[in-house]
Design a protein around this ligand. Structure first.
Ligand SMILES: [Zn+2]
Length: 406
C-alpha cells in the first residue's frame, strides 16, 4: 500500500511539474552553459590569432564564406561575458560579431580583410590560473585557394539537397532534422466547424489527417524525423504542444490548422509567425480563435504567459523569431505552387502555441473550412501530399541555408 501511495505521489509530482513547467524547464535552457570571459586577437605579419577564454571545453566547427570574405565559427552554446560586441579586429580580421545562432549553437563571424585560410584551430587545456583557450590561427591565402575552400552550399540552398552532407548538430548529435508537427485542437475542442451550409469535417479531423500525410512526405526523404504532438483525437494544451518541441530539441515546429471566416468565398492558405502585435485585424481575430483552446481547458492564460516569459532569454527569442520568419518565407512560394494562398500569405499574430518556444516555429492555416472548395480538397489525399511536398521543399531550403547572425 505504501508503495502504491508513493507511486501515486510520484505520478502526481511528474504530472504537476509537467503541467506547470514542462514547456520550458529553466534548467534546460540555462544549464550552466560555458562562459566566454574574454576575446583576444594577436597578430604578426602573416598570422592572426583569435582566442576565446572559456571556462569549459566546447565543440567547434569552422568554415569560410566569400563575398564578403568571412570565417564562421560555430561552437557549443555559450554565455558571453565579454564586453566586445561587433568589435573591430586586428591583423587579418577586420571586424567580428557573435551571438546565439540557434538553440545549442553560438556563432562567431570574423570579417576578414583578405582571403585567409584557417591554419590551425585547437583548444588549450587550463593551466596555472588560465582557463580553457580556444585558438584559431589565420594565415593569408591566395584568392583561388580561398574560393576553393569556401563551403559552397552554405551560401545558397544546395541544388540537390539530397547530396548535401548532413551536418551533425553540435548539441543533439543528430544527422536528421527533427520536425514536430502539431495538428491543432482535438478531443473536446473541435476547432473551426466550417459553414452552416457545408457539413464537412471539423478542423481537428482535417488537420490530423493532413498532418499524417505531411509526416509521410517528410519521412520519405530520409532527411527528417517527425514527431506528432497528437496522433489521435485528443485534447492538448498549447503549452504541452510546444513542450514536445522544446524537450526534444526539435529543429522546426509546425502547428497545422484550418481557418473559418464569415465570408464563404474566402479561401487559401496562410502562414503565421509569432509577434506581440498582429499584422492586421484579421490576424488578431485568428489569434483569438486559435488561443481559445486553452480557455476551453480552463487555464489561467496570464499566468502561463508570465511563467514562459520570465524564463526565456531575449536573445533566444529574437533569434528564434528571425529563423521562424525565414522558414515562413521559404514556405510561402512552395505552397503557392500547390494550393491557393491568401493575399499577404505571411502574417503575424500573438499565437499562444508558438509563444515562448525556443524552436523556429510557424502556424500553418491550410485553408478555410467555411469555403466549400477548400473544405473538400483539404480532406483529399492528393492535396495533403502536395502540401507535404511543399513543406519538404521549404524545409530543405531552410536547413541548407546558412543564416549568419547580424
Ligand atoms: Zn485552429
Amino acid at each position: 500500500m505504501k508503495q502504491f501511495i508513493r507511486k501515486i505521489f510520484k505520478y502526481c509530482l511528474v504530472f504537476f511539474l509537467g503541467g506547470a513547467f514542462l514547456s520550458v524547464p529553466a534548467t534546460d535552457l540555462l544549464a550552466n552553459p560555458p562562459e566566454v570571459s574574454s576575446i583576444r586577437i594577436g597578430h604578426t605579419k602573416n598570422n592572426t590569432r583569435f582566442v576565446l577564454d572559456i571556462d569549459k571545453k566546447i565543440k567547434f566547427n569552422i568554415f569560410t564564406l566569400a563575398n564578403p570574405n568571412r570565417v564562421v565559427i560555430d561552437i557549443t552554446e555559450v554565455e558571453w561575458k565579454s564586453d566586445y560586441g561587433g568589435a573591430s579586429g586586428k591583423g587579418l580580421i577586420d571586424k567580428y560579431r557573435f551571438g546565439l545562432f540557434k538553440p545549442g549553437t553560438s556563432r562567431i563571424v570574423l570579417d576578414v580583410k583578405e582571403p585567409v585560410r584557417v591554419h590551425k584551430s585547437f583548444i588549450i587545456n587550463p593551466n596555472k590560473n588560465k582557463p580553457y583557450r580556444f585558438v584559431i590561427d589565420l594565415k593569408k591565402e591566395n584568392k583561388k585557394n580561398f574560393e576553393a575552400s569556401v563551403k559552397k552550399p552554405s551560401l545558397r540552398p544546395a541544388k540537390n539537397p539530397r547530396l548535401a552532407e548532413p551536418d551533425r548538430d553540435l548539441k543533439t548529435g543528430r544527422t536528421k532534422k527533427l520536425i514536430v508537427l502539431d495538428p491543432g485542437h482535438g478531443g473536446h475542442d473541435p476547432g473551426n466547424l466550417g459553414g452552416k451550409k457545408y457539413r464537412g469535417f471539423p478542423e481537428k479531423t482535417v488537420v490530423l489527417s493532413a498532418s499524417r500525410a505531411i509526416k509521410r512526405e517528410l519521412e520519405k526523404t530520409g532527411r527528417y524525423d517527425v514527431i506528432m504532438t497528437r496522433n489521435r483525437d485528443i485534447f492538448l494544451k498549447h503549452r504541452d504542444r510546444s513542450a514536445i518541441a522544446h524537450n526534444k530539441q526539435a529543429d522546426l515546429f509546425i502547428s497545422v490548422h484550418a481557418d473559418s471566416i464569415a465570408n464563404p468565398k474566402v479561401r487559401g492558405a496562410t502562414v503565421y509567425t509569432l509577434s506581440e502585435k498582429a499584422s492586421d485585424h484579421e490576424a488578431a481575430a485568428l489569434a483569438a480563435r486559435e488561443n481559445k483552446s486553452d480557455i476551453i481547458a480552463g487555464m489561467d492564460l496570464e499566468e502561463e504567459i508570465h511563467i514562459v516569459q520570465s524564463i526565456l532569454i531575449d536573445l533566444v527569442m529574437r533569434e528564434t523569431m528571425n529563423l521562424s520568419s525565414s522558414f515562413a518565407n521559404e514556405l510561402v512560394p512552395q505552397l503557392r505552387r500547390v494550393v491557393l494562398v491568401r493575399t499577404r500569405p505571411h502574417r503575424t499574430a500573438n499565437l499562444l502555441v508558438l509563444k515562448g518556444l525556443d524552436v523556429p516555429s510557424i502556424l500553418l492555416e491550410l485553408g478555410y473550412l467555411t469555403n466549400i472548395y477548400d473544405a473538400k480538397i483539404l480532406m483529399q489525399k492528393e492535396t495533403q501530399q502536395d502540401i507535404g511536398r511543399a513543406i519538404v521543399k521549404a524545409a530543405d531550403r531552410f536547413f541548407n541555408k546558412t543564416y549568419v547572425a547580424n
